[in-house]
Design a protein around this ligand. Structure first.
Ligand code: IDC
Length: 341
């Protein structure tokens, strides 16, 4: 009798241990829900972005400053440091275009840096946005031939890679640059070119007036359904009216992507507007709108998130990047990784 009881107890212990083992194994092997391995190829579904399991997703990330100026800061090590510090899952690669800024037109070698950073993001299981950063060259049509060639090449290389998102014109601007007259015809050509190789990739399309005048877009959106439209805001300059426009835009079943935003004013300088930034981020989180923060640089301006002391590889296990963040870097940290009470 005693033996029987002992055997039952032993069997019960074994069963409990086995269940415990399975539970522990499952806990340790939980997929990282922010990763590309979990989410896979994203797509636009009405006004939302969904993953390969048809679940709604919101990406959060950081943008480089101009890679022609701060290229030394950007590599696999530094992207990994940002990922660990801020929990981001998308990295935006801002490649200026304008030759006067030392952009791509004057410096074709920048393409190699873009490729290096996309490869780094892939290794880190993150999404990468390839941003054709027009700015002072206000009309995207000015360098349309070069854009077609560049995105043709990039999409041929990455057409089968779920990590890559194509942003075809950062911020069209100028009173003579409109959606119907310039951006839409440009975007039609670029999207068609990208679709030759990247049938499923999301394309982000810039909008007039520094990617703010989305009201010009909604009467005549692109036919391609897998595009998201860029909306950029800076907390020191933009307010509730723009969010009303966004509600209206999204009610037309069109998707927005905040591929650039900041806590400063639109100059990238001046004070930090943390309260208004928080109102903005609460709005984006509520609506699961993806957002990317400006900027990963150590330039002497308020929008930079790291100090001059920062070099790729300085993070340590205990303090991470804490000793290398600017005020804006700390603001971003509080936003993305709120301290526990
Ligand atoms: C700013 C940089 C600044 C640089 C300027 C011109 O922060 O150092 O001198 O560009 O190249 C944008 C643009 C982005 C701007 C940023 C802040 O996309 O390039 O960066 N901004 O002004 N749109 C609204 C604000």
């Amino acid at each position: 009798m005693k033996k029987k009881v002992t055997a039952i107890v032993a069997a019960a212990i074994l069963v409990i241990l086995a269940i415990g083992g399975v539970v522990l194994f499952m806990l340790l092997n939980q997929p990282d829900r922010k990763s590309v391995s979990y989410n896979g190829q994203l797509r636009v579904d009405g006004n939302r972005i969904v993953n390969q399991h048809n679940e709604e997703v919101q990406l959060t990330g950081i943008s480089t400053h101009g890679i022609q100026w701060y290229g030394d800061l950007y590599n696999e090590t530094s992207i990994a440091e940002l990922k660990n510090e801020f929990g981001i899952n998308v990295f935006r690669i801002a490649m200026y275009v304008n030759p006067d800024d030392g952009g791509y037109i004057a410096n074709r070698g920048l393409k190699d840096k873009v490729v290096e950073l996309v490869e780094a993001a892939i290794k880190l299981d993150m999404y990468a946005i390839i941003d054709w950063h027009i700015l002072n060259d206000n009309n995207p049509q000015t360098y349309e031939a070069e854009a077609l060639e560049f995105f043709g090449e990039m999409s041929e290389k990455y057409g089968e890679t779920p990590n890559v998102i194509y942003e075809i014109c950062n911020e069209p601007n100028g009173s003579d640059v409109s959606w119907g007259g310039n951006i839409r015809p440009y975007a039609e050509k670029l999207v068609a070119k990208i679709r030759e190789h990247a049938e499923k990739a999301i394309v982000i399309v810039g909008t007039p007036n520094w990617s703010k005048a989305i009201e010009q877009v909604d009467p005549s959106p692109l036919d391609d359904k897998n595009v998201a439209y860029a909306l950029h805001f800076y907390a020191g300059s933009e307010n509730v009216t723009l969010r009303d426009e966004m509600d209206h835009f999204r009610s037309k079943n069109l998707a927005l992507f905040v591929s650039e935003c900041g806590s400063t004013d639109a100059s990238g300088q001046g004070d930090l507007h943390e309260d208004n930034f928080k109102v903005w981020i609460d709005y984006l989180n509520k609506n699961k709108i993806s957002w990317v923060f400006w900027a990963f640089s150590n330039k002497d301006e308020a929008s930079s998130i790291v100090t001059k002391k920062y070099k790729p590889g300085v993070a340590d296990d205990e303090t991470g990047l804490e000793n290398y963040l600017t005020e804006n870097g700390r603001l971003l940290k509080r936003t993305l990784v709120p301290p526990e009470d």
